[in-house]
Design a protein around this ligand. Structure first.
Ligand code: DHB
Length: 323
């Protein structure tokens, strides 16, 4: 099911979330083994200037039982940005998102932006991660308005590729209003064309009761929650942003999608595309089934098979008289 973000066309509006099957070229080939009308893009792991080992192990817990849930604290383990920029040469049949991890500042951040500007392709999008919850000492930019302002000012004066932000889940409507009016709308004229909404929910924990232990080791067992527990928050965030964002800024919905119905819910709430993390951990080919059921749903909801006619068409339950 085709979609468009900025001027980039995608043959499917569903693809992986950053961090899942996007850390090495070998992993990415598991995504590109599927046609571009199943996996519409490849999102690379959030990267830093130098390669990083990341946090101690175990740092990923995934429960793909009846409900999918995950607790992740990888700590931005990645191969360094030159690796990901080079890897774009090997994926030529679909758009790519290069994800900047949010740690680079000053000359380093300028270097990254210069390098991605030089890539001679117009289907490369840059996702600036404003929401990694797992690097101790680095607060999530998305929650700190002065850091947010500083960083987005720096980026928008330099970036020439289509770009967007990966945002954390917000829990108060005032946050969504401030972010939109202070930072997002003023960046449209500088090429901001999407937000990814949302990243995992930081400060989460899952406990193994019988063993009396946390399930991951880094940061006292605390990390980012993904999967089903995130779905309602992602939906609420997408819907609130959709209501106030200008049409130039597309929303990529992310959080708790494990079926075609979940994907459709995000599209109904206003997303132009959907990313999947937790539900792909065990097998990226879960995308095949999710895509198929999603397409069947689109066919039944839109006579011309077009998600543009469905996007954001959710209606709000009407008030009833309680007497
Ligand atoms: C990691 C987790 C995130 O949610 C993110 O946005 C970036 C990195 C990590 O633990 O590596």
């Amino acid at each position: 099911m085709r979609t468009k973000i900025g001027n980039v066309i995608f043959n499917s509006c569903i693809w992986n979330a950053s961090g899942v099957w996007g850390t090495t070229v070998e992993e990415m080939s598991r995504l590109t083994d599927m046609p571009p009308d199943v996996c519409g893009a490849v999102v690379m792991k959030s990267c830093t200037k130098e390669p990083r080992e990341g946090n101690i192990r175990p740092r990923v817990f995934v429960n793909n039982g009846f409900h999918h849930e995950s607790l992740i604290s990888v700590g931005l383990a990645n191969r360094g940005w030159d690796y990901y920029i080079e890897a774009t040469k090997q994926i030529t049949d679909r758009p790519i998102f290069i994800s900047e991890g949010g740690l680079a500042v000053g000359d380093d951040l300028a270097e990254f932006i210069g390098k991605v500007n030089d890539i001679q392709r117009n289907d490369i999008l840059i996702e600036f991660n404003f929401s990694c919850p797992n690097v101790e000492g680095h607060p999530q930019v998305g929650y700190d308005y002065s850091l947010f302002q500083e960083r987005i000012d720096f980026i928008r004066e330099r970036i020439q590729k289509p770009w967007g932000l990966k945002l954390p889940p917000y829990h108060d409507p005032s946050q969504i209003h401030t972010i939109t009016h202070s930072f997002l709308i003023p960046s449209v004229e500088k090429g901001l064309c999407f937000i990814t909404c949302c990243n995992s929910m930081g400060s989460g924990m899952i406990v193994n009761t019988i063993a009396k232990k946390t399930v991951i080791a880094p940061n006292f067992g605390v990390g980012g929650i993904g999967g089903y527990p995130l779905k309602s928050i992602a939906l609420g965030n997408v819907w609130r942003f959709f209501k106030i964002l200008p049409g130039e800024i597309s929303i990529i919905g992310c959080g708790g999608v494990s079926s075609g119905v979940d994907a459709m819910d995000l599209i109904l709430a206003g997303a132009s595309a959907v990313e999947i993390g937790t539900a792909l951990y065990d097998d990226p080919r879960a995308l095949v089934k999710i895509n198929k059921t999603f397409e069947d749903l689109v066919m039944s909801l839109s006579p011309n098979n077009n998600i543009d006619q469905i996007r954001g068409t959710l209606t709000v339950e009407k008030q009833i008289d309680s007497t």
